[in-house]
Write a protein that binds this ligand. Structure first.
Ligand SMILES: Nc1nc2c(c(=O)[nH]1)N[C@H]1C(S)=C(S)[C@@H](COP(=O)(O)O)O[C@H]1N2
Ligand SMILES: [Mo]
Length: 202
């Protein structure tokens, strides 16, 4: 299902692997996903606990990179970010989520988008555990945001009461990155492009 391609995108056959900071070595025995920041209790999950017990959702959705390539109909499976937020007891002052990665990459996402229904910590793509180059052991996926928000090798979900640039935002990429309103760059051009109103929130 799903409508047509978002504006300005075209389909390619497969993912073009981006690893701006190189592929990390993943020591899966000692790997932990941490939930930190504006929460009642910080949490830690081993890879085993992520794959075994936690509530999963799955669906089909396209993937859209801001450099204009999209991959059609990827099957995603993972744990809703919302589940982690509820489990940790996210506090009212949280307005942003910083997704931090083993390679040092970070992507900020407004809390509304991060807690939206289909926003997940993905553990499988197309029925297989995520390959190293695609973000093993897990990556964020939020269907309506550009691919640079899909932080690979995720190791920390930090709830924050302030905005901070991540790896790509420093270079002028948009704070939110909604694919349907073409939020490619901050400020910028065109009627769709504007600073996120969330930035003005206290
Ligand atoms: N840790 C990390 N996550 C990342 C990136 C990265 O360089 N490092 N690149 C981002 C960008 S720009 C895109 S388009 C997608 C690409 O996903 P892929 O490498 O699985 O194709 O990963 C995103 N997540
Ligand atoms: Mo990208």
């Amino acid at each position: 299902m799903g409508p047509e391609l978002p504006p300005g995108q075209r389909y390619v056959r497969d993912f073009i692997v981006y690893a701006a900071l190189g592929l990390p070595e993943v020591d899966i025995q000692n790997y932990r996903l941490r939930v930190t920041g504006c929460v009642e209790r910080e949490l830690e999950f081993s890879y085993e606990s992520l794959i075994k017990s936690l509530p999963k959702i799955s669906y089909r959705s396209d993937f859209h990179c801001v450099t204009k390539w999209s991959v059609k109909d990827v099957h995603w499976e993972g744990i809703p970010v919302k589940w982690f937020a509820e489990k940790a007891g996210v506090r009212g002052e949280a307005t942003w989520v910083f997704f931090r990665c083993l390679d040092g990459y970070m992507a900020p996402v407004p809390i509304e988008d991060a807690l939206s229904e289909q926003a997940i910590v993905a553990l499988k793509m197309n029925g297989e555990p995520i390959k190293l180059e695609n973000g093993y052991p897990c990556r964020v996926f939020i269907p309506h945001l550009y691919g640079w928000k899909s932080a690979k090798h995720l190791c920390e979900i930090e709830f924050a009461d302030r905005y901070e640039d991540g790896f790509w935002e420093v270079y002028g990429y948009h704070e939110r990155g909604n694919v349907w309103s073409e939020e490619r760059f901050k400020g910028g051009f065109g009627r769709h492009v504007r600073r996120s109103p969330l930035l003005n929130r206290k």
